[in-house]
Design a protein around this ligand. Structure first.
Ligand SMILES: NC(=O)c1ccc[n+]([C@@H]2O[C@H](COP(=O)([O-])OP(=O)(O)OC[C@H]3O[C@@H](n4cnc5c(N)ncnc54)[C@H](O)[C@@H]3O)[C@@H](O)[C@H]2O)c1
Ligand SMILES: O=CCCC(=O)O
Length: 482
């Protein structure tokens, strides 16, 4: 693996997409305090720009704007909301290269991957534009004469949206598309590490014609806790849609209980990836190189363990770690020092307990870490129970199906799980048995706007295909004396 080297960073052609203010009530604004914080490029640690350091007061202002615009937005026809979302979708695609550059600047992922995320993110806007027109209700046969029972759907109100850094574009569009289609207005708080993708999306939303106050974006770093507290306790916010770690999700859920908000929680995972001895090994290890919803534990059946491990190590040693703007780069930097520390701690713990490094294990300069394959893993290692969120593939050997299902399910979380086998009976049994929200059978990618994305256990609740319902309340109307 090569040492990462300096690469010329790119800048968006349309510089007005790189916004350095927050967005409240249709205006680009500073924090009331005038404070700002610097956002760093994780590949170079250079400052990309500054954004407002907002606090609870600024957040109240954003919530007020969202509340004031709600009645008007909710009363628009579904067709009108559809048209604006479609226009926004087209603008996102027209500006995909610039959005990808902004994403790589702040998140570090290779530009091609960033472009993939922007296109993936746009599919949610397109999908929910279409769903806006399909929020059908029901007419229930009444047991009484001269009356009708009607169920209709109405937007829940102002939504607080809190998102992580690892998908700075798509995690926002997945929520925003559904919320806006349903007729809700929103206050978005992106990750402090990656605010620029959210602000660029807001700029394109203005160009698409969304009315002021419908979308608001609050940026903060030091005041994250107080902004989160305001969003989760302000009675004018009716729902919180959160993507991030299980730890923060639990806190937000607790805080939201004081006003009994509706919640969607897309939380951490610890995905098992199982390769049975009848698998198409070529297909299986190709997929294990994917970075989306990364497998955290790779279980390989004894008969093919050695072959799989050696081919995986071989493939991983060909990866090139570097700046996301270098076209040769396959793996960008980790987001920050904290992420590097976690990966290091997990690898050191595994080695202390008997694991061996097959390839990688080296921290490069800055936030770069070589993709790593570990062998000789056992269940007492931290990696087995904690999400690493870094480029580490720990290999575990197993013999029997029941054994691996037990191992795979031995986790407090259950987001995604993958396995490879050519036995149809085994495929059904394992797919049924895995305690996760999403299963990839002979497939290493499960994310799609058309499919329900979400987890079980402590990976949260709420689903994206059915996502528009997450932003709607049911209202039952008993229409009597007819
Ligand atoms: N299930 C999914 O769909 C999904 C998708 C992407 C990422 N994730 C998870 O996200 C995690 C990585 O992202 P992260 O490091 O940004 O997660 P995180 O939980 O640290 O932060 C997520 C968001 O919450 C904010 N936040 C943190 N503390 C807060 C508080 N007290 N009040 C309000 N907001 C607060 C952060 O600023 C960020 O915007 C991983 O656990 C990953 O599995 C889950
Ligand atoms: O980080 C989680 C993956 C997000 C996705 O694939 O939609």
């Amino acid at each position: 693996m090569n040492q990462p080297f300096a690469t010329q960073v790119e800048i968006p052609k349309d510089s007005s997409l790189l916004r350095q203010n927050a967005f409240i009530n249709g205006e680009w604004v500073k924090a009331k305090s005038g404070n700002t914080y610097s956002v760093l490029d994780p590949a170079t640690s250079n400052e990309i720009g500054k954004v407002p350091e907002m606090n609870a007061e600024d957040t109240k202002e954003a919530i007020k704007a969202a509340k004031e615009s709600f009645d008007n937005w909710a009363s628009q026809t579904a067709k009108h909301r559809h048209d604006l979302l479609q226009k926004w979708y087209s603008l996102i695609l027209d500006n995909q290269q610039d959005l990808a550059i902004i994403l790589t600047l702040e998140n570090g992922k290779p530009l091609n991957e960033a472009l993939g995320e922007v296109k993936y993110g746009a599919t949610f806007i397109e999908w929910f534009a279409e769903e806006a027109r399909r929020t059908y209700g029901d007419v229930i046969p009444s047991p009484m004469k001269n009356s009708k029972f009607i169920v209709q759907k109405q937007p829940v109100g102002v939504v607080g949206i809190i998102t992580p850094w690892n998908f700075p574009n798509a995690m926002i569009t997945r929520k925003l598309g559904a919320a806006l289609a349903a007729g809700c207005t929103v206050v978005v708080k992106p990750s402090d590490c990656t605010p620029f993708s959210a602000l660029a999306l807001a700029e394109l939303a203005i160009r698409a014609g969304f009315p002021k106050g419908v979308i608001n974006v609050v940026t903060t770093e030091q005041c994250t806790k107080e902004v989160g507290l305001e969003l989760t306790t302000n009675p004018d916010v009716k729902k919180i849609s959160f993507t991030g770690s299980t730890m923060v999700g639990k806190l937000l859920m607790q805080q939201s209980s004081s006003t009994l908000k509706k919640l969607s929680m897309e939380l951490g995972g610890n995905a098992p990836f199982i390769v049975f001895d009848d698998a198409n090994v070529e297909a299986a290890f190709r997929a294990s190189g994917q970075t989306c919803i990364c497998p955290n534990r790779v279980y390989v059946q004894s008969a093919i363990y050695a072959e799989f491990a050696s081919r995986l190590a071989d493939r991983v040693s060909g990866f090139k770690v570097g700046n996301g703007f270098d076209p040769q780069t396959t793996h960008g930097p980790l987001i920050n020092e904290k992420a590097i520390d976690k990966v290091t701690r997990h690898i050191e713990d595994a080695i202390a307990k008997g694991a061996e490094i097959l390839v990688g294990g080296v921290r490069r300069s800055g936030n770069f870490f070589d993709p790593t394959v570990l062998t000789g893993m056992s269940t007492d290692m931290i990696i087995t129970s904690e999400e690493t969120f870094g480029p580490v593939a720990p290999l575990y050997k197993f013999d029997r199906d029941e054994e691996v299902i037990k191992l795979a399910n031995n986790s407090n979380v259950g987001l995604a799980g993958y396995f490879y086998s050519r036995d149809v009976g085994r495929c059904w049994q394992v797919a049924d048995a895995l305690e996760v929200g999403m299963v990839g059978v002979n497939a290493g990618m499960v994310s799609n706007c058309e499919a329900p994305f979400g987890g079980v256990k402590e990976s949260g609740f709420g689903r994206s295909k059915y996502g528009i319902d997450e932003f709607l309340n049911l209202k039952y109307i008993h229409f009597g004396s007819l």
